[in-house]
Write a protein that binds this ligand. Sequence first.
Ligand code: AHR
Length: 516
Amino acid sequence: MSGRILAILWMSVLVTASRAPGQEVPSQTLRLVIHADQATDTISRHIYGHFAEHLGRDIYDGFWTKANTGEWHLREDVIDALKRIQVPNLRWPGGCFADYYHWKDGIGARDQRPTMVNTMWGGVTEDNSFGTHEYLELVNRLGTEPFIVGNVGSGTVQEMSEWWEYVNHPGGSPMADLRQENGRDEPWNVSMWGVGNESWGCGGTMTPEYYADVYKRFQTFLRAYGEVRPFRVATGPNSGDYNWTEVVMREAGRNIDGLDLHYYTITGDWGRWGHATDFGEAEWFEMMNNTMQMEEFIDGHSAIMDRYDPRGRVALIVGEWGTWHQVEEGTNPGFLYQQNTLRDAMVAAWNLNLFNNHARRVRGANIAQTVNVLQAMVLTRGQEMILTPTYHVFELYTVHHDALLLPTDLDAGSYTLGEDSIPALSASASRDAGGRIHLTLANLDPNAPRTLATTVVGTAISRGSGRILTADAMNAHNTFEDPRAVEPAEFTGFTLENGLLTVLIPPKSLVVLELE
Ligand code: AHR
């Protein structure tokens, strides 16, 4: 039985709740137990990873822009904003683009680099001004870890192994010499390395049997140089394709360090996506219901991985996830530019709680994507930049990075629309190196608050503080005209008496509590 159904079956105690000013709807009192005495797993900060593809305006206009002088440079405003959410790794150059990309086109003098047509995304000319050196400079400026995805679909074993050598060999090899000729003496020590992307689709339309063989061949030539060993990420399943995981784990699991699951949350159908800002409660509910499939996928793929890798050595990496809507009117359909509302923020909060709670196997994830593409953190218009509601979720969740997961038992209650119900609440808790407990709570119900009675087993808590992300409208979002319509605020809607924490979680909100 899935966690979703179990959660719905949990007994909810309906009481006449204390009402927040102006609230007419009685709330349900639900229960949460935090087992501070049963912590075993660390929440890898890599769950909070990001993704920058040569797609639309993610790199060009997003990270990399042209000055009036015509010189390309990194965008300082975007870098400053992203530093505040402590990006742990940045996956690049794709996505589908990775299997079209030939890295040698993106090194050396910029004005002599060959151009190509990005036939995958929008048919625009790629001038290769942003290549390996520029990416690794960006990574350095962000204080993050690189995560390079190599070309399996249209590349060769030699091409990938030379890229690996170029970025990692300490010196005295052909590729290290080339790197030094291009102005970089020291290797960058890149460990996280994707061996192809979506090899079942845009990365080569392979069967899992064929990919497993190809994967083994490519990874053989990623040799350890000095201290640097590859953390080899294999193409994982598309959503619920369990056969892919079964075959790849069986045939190549011993040579894999991370398996890359992709799942996007949509409303409507593929190709006929719902709109990012123009929706009603039916689409809100549909979005929440659809995103909850992620739990089934993580449980299903983890169960297969447990059979081939009972000790949990291979990480499940959710290398692409997030919402996918129809593009904003008047924009290139191949650029995947969409707005981002409170609904997207709730999807992010729900998934991040899920990943935290599966910290044993899920040790990496990359929301798609960082700037101007899909569920972005940041949107730009010329020199202007705004932060999205999803950005604020990532900022609020920095407290969980590398913290110790505290297992929880949650009576999630239910949110009902018509004949259908889904769990109303989601939660995760962790303890940081300073002994503080952080609790992230999401109420998916856009209409009614929930009262949550929380006890912490194994430690005494006597004080707390909180922040909240919410808004009046389901589709509230930030615009260039009103850039702070959705942003976190202080939250005081809780009491703490004799160790019992009672939280009144407003409708459609994310609450973060710090407890000591
Ligand atoms: O993130 C957009 C695209 O979605 C990626 O390029 C691809 O891997 C996935 O299908």
